[in-house]
Structure formats: structure tokens, C-alpha cells
Design a protein around this ligand. Structure first.
Ligand code: ATP
Ligand code: FE
Length: 335
């Protein structure tokens, strides 16, 4: 059951070789070209994918000690993501599947973020079904109910910005370097989370909203800067801690609500924001209070990687699913 998986939805070019649920290799090439622009530049991203894809695939095969001829299926991210980026992985996966005469399996990127929890590995604890997954990434914020590897239901999601965007946009406002999430996290650990209070959205049900937070931070800081032009500079760590606390509270409030309403107490997290130290601590505290079994996967499986595409592809393949060669990438597609 040897699968080669390719991920190219945003700014990371990734390739993994899987043997069933086990990861034989998991290679990621990051793109540094975007930092000076303060965000991912789509045109530059697709060019970098084009340059990276062959070396990354070659390295993944080499590390796995697998030759192309032994592969049995090719999995790839068909969407959602940046069109120019998706096209590079899609075209490469199609060509390889055609050349080797093996099945092609299209994988939804957000399904893969969740199913990364089913990878078989030494430092992996696989959740029991049903479980809830809070996916917090650069482009998405979702609470997904997982009844089996093939049955995923989005119960709640953001109606505007993603949690990662909330981190990145407030960081930009504060003049911190891109990507802002890790920097806010680092500073928040040295700051006072109760230094400032920001307004929180009043959204019914299980959905999230983060666009109001950015505005609330902007207005609060503008008012403070009027009194003291050095306010932001002098209180950077405290401001970061306060913003982070608000984002975490918004996330946890809904997660607790869904868990109580559904009676599901196996809770997993996925996506880049799940690396956040404050979020992990808050989840652990809530897990004790709410009697949750918590699943915090290793970092390499939470940000964009191809092993998650491989595991999602594996379950689809076993279920008899495969794509025909006419398939095209989709920038926007529901889970
Ligand atoms: P999507 O999967 O929605 O297409 P993505 O895969 O590009 O988005 P990820 O790579 O999973 O997103 O996550 C990137 C986001 O995670 C960025 O917004 C980044 O700022 C945020 N992030 C990374 N580390 C941290 C951290 N320690 N604290 C807060 N945010 C973080
Ligand atoms: Fe992602």
C-alpha cells in the first residue's frame, strides 16, 4: 500500500511517501520569497512550486527508500487553495499517475488537516470516533465532527476571517513581521493577558467571527496612542497577550458549546494556529474541566504537509475512490 502524496495549495511544496497509515518520508520546502511582501504573493508562490516540486518528490522517494515503480497510488490536493499553486501539484500528480499507470486520488485540503490525526506513528495518539476537530489555520476556522475516516461534517466555521488571519492582521497592525502568529505567540508568553479588553463577537450557534476583533484592536490602540504616542511600543508584549487571549476565548467558547451539545468529548486540533502555546495551555485546562480526551498532534502534521494528504488519500483509495485524468483543481470547494 505505497502511496505518494503531493501538497501545493498555498506556499509550501510538500511530498510524502506512505505505507498505508505509516509515514515513510515527509518533505516540505518552505518559500521565503513572501516575507518581504508581508503575505503570500500568488504569482511568486506558483513559480516557487514549479521550481521545488521535482527536488521535493525526489527527496521524499529517496528518504523513503522507495522507487517510483513500487508506488501504487498518487494522492494530491485538489483544493481549496491558490489556483496557480494547486495547478502545479495537480499537473504533476496527473502526469505521474499517467506515466506509472496507477490510480490518482484527489484530496480536499481541509479534510486532510483533520485526518492527519489518523496517521500511525510513535508520537501519534489516534482519537476514538466520533471526535471533534477544531481546525485553525491561515485560511480556515472550523469545528468538524468526524464519525469515521470518510464521514466528516462541518458543524461551525468562521463567517469572515480565519483565526490565523486574526493573528496575522493584528500583528501587521502592531508593526510585527510576517507571519504574525508565531511572533504574537512568543511575545504573549511575556505579557499580561488582562492588560486590555477587546470586544468579542455575539454570533449565535457554532460559527465564529474574527473581523470585529481587528477593528476593536485598531480603535483601542488609536485611542491609547493619542494619550501616549509610545503606547504600542512600550506595551507590545501585553497587547499581544491580550489579543491572543481574546482569540483563544472566542475559539474555546464555541468548542465547549459544540462538545456539550453533541456529547462528544474526544477533541482534536489541527492547522498552524494549533502550535500556539497559549491555545494549547487553554485547551489543556478546559479538557480537565470538561473531561475531554485531548489530541494535540506533533507540529509537522498540523501545518501544511503531504503526510496528511497521504492519509486522507489512503482512506479514499481503500473506499474505491479515484479521480479521472480530466480532473481540475478548485480554488474554492466545500468539505
Ligand atoms: P489553510 O489550510 O486554511 O489553507 P494554511 O495551511 O496556509 O491555511 P497553516 O499553515 O495551517 O495555514 O497555518 C498558518 C497560520 O498559522 C498563519 O496564519 C500563522 O500566523 C499561524 N500560526 C503559526 N504558528 C502560530 C502560533 N504559534 N500562534 C498563532 N498562530 C500561528
Ligand atoms: Fe493548510
Amino acid at each position: 500500500e505505497l502511496i505518494l502524496a503531493i501538497e501545493s495549495s498555498c506556499d509550501d511544496t510538500a511530498c510524502a511517501v506512505m505505507e498505508g497509515r505509516k509515514v515513510l518520508s515527509n518533505v516540505v520546502a518552505n518559500q521565503s520569497v513572501h516575507a518581504e511582501y508581508g503575505g503570500v504573493v500568488p504569482e511568486l508562490a506558483s513559480r516557487a512550486h514549479q521550481a521545488h516540486i521535482v527536488p521535493v518528490v525526489t527527496k521524499a522517494l529517496k528518504e523513503a527508500k522507495v522507487s517510483k515503480q513500487d508506488l501504487e497510488a498518487i494522492a494530491f490536493t485538489s483544493g481549496p487553495g491558490l489556483m496557480g499553486s494547486l495547478l502545479v501539484g495537480t499537473s504533476f500528480a496527473k502526469s505521474l499517475s499517467m506515466a506509472l499507470g496507477i490510480p490518482l486520488i484527489d484530496v480536499h485540503h481541509m479534510r486532510a488537516h483533520v485526518l492527519a490525526h489518523l496517521i500511525d506513528g510513535d508520537d501519534m495518539r489516534n482519537p476514538e470516533f466520533p471526535f471533534l476537530c477544531l481546525t485553525v489555520s491561515g485560511g480556515h476556522t472550523q469545528i468538524v465532527r468526524v464519525d469515521s475516516p470518510l464521514e466528516l461534517t462541518v458543524l461551525g466555521e468562521t463567517i469572515d476571517d480565519a483565526a490565523g488571519e486574526a493573528f496575522d492582521k493584528t500583528a501587521k497592525l502592531l508593526g510585527l513581521p510576517y507571519p504574525g502568529g508565531p511572533e504574537v505567540d512568543r511575545r504573549a508568553q511575556m505579557g499580561n493577558p488582562d492588560f486590555l479588553a477587546f470586544s468579542k463577537p455575539q454570533i449565535e450557534g457554532y460559527n465564529f467571527s474574527f473581523s470585529g476583533l481587528k477593528t476593536s484592536v485598531l480603535y483601542t490602540l488609536q485611542a491609547k496612542q493619542k494619550e501616549d504616542p509610545e503606547f504600542v511600543q512600550n506595551h507590545m508584549d501585553d497587547i499581544c497577550a491580550s489579543v491572543q487571549k481574546t482569540i483563544i476565548e472566542i475559539l474555546l467558547k464555541k468548542l465547549v458549546k459544540v462538545s456539550r451539545d453533541t456529547g462528544i468529548s474526544h477533541i482534536a486540533i489541527a492547522g498552524g494556529v494549533s502550535a500556539n502555546v497559549g491555545l494549547r495551555k487553554a485547551l489543556e485546562t478546559t479538557a480537565t474541566e470538561e473531561n475531554w480526551s485531548l489530541y494535540l498532534p506533533p507540529f509537522e502534521f498540523t501545518t501544511d504537509n503531504a503526510a496528511m494528504i497521504g492519509i486522507a488519500g489512503y482512506y479514499l483509495w481503500k473506499d474505491g475512490h479515484s479521480a479521472d485524468l480530466g480532473i481540475s483543481a478548485k480554488a474554492r470547494v466545500n468539505l
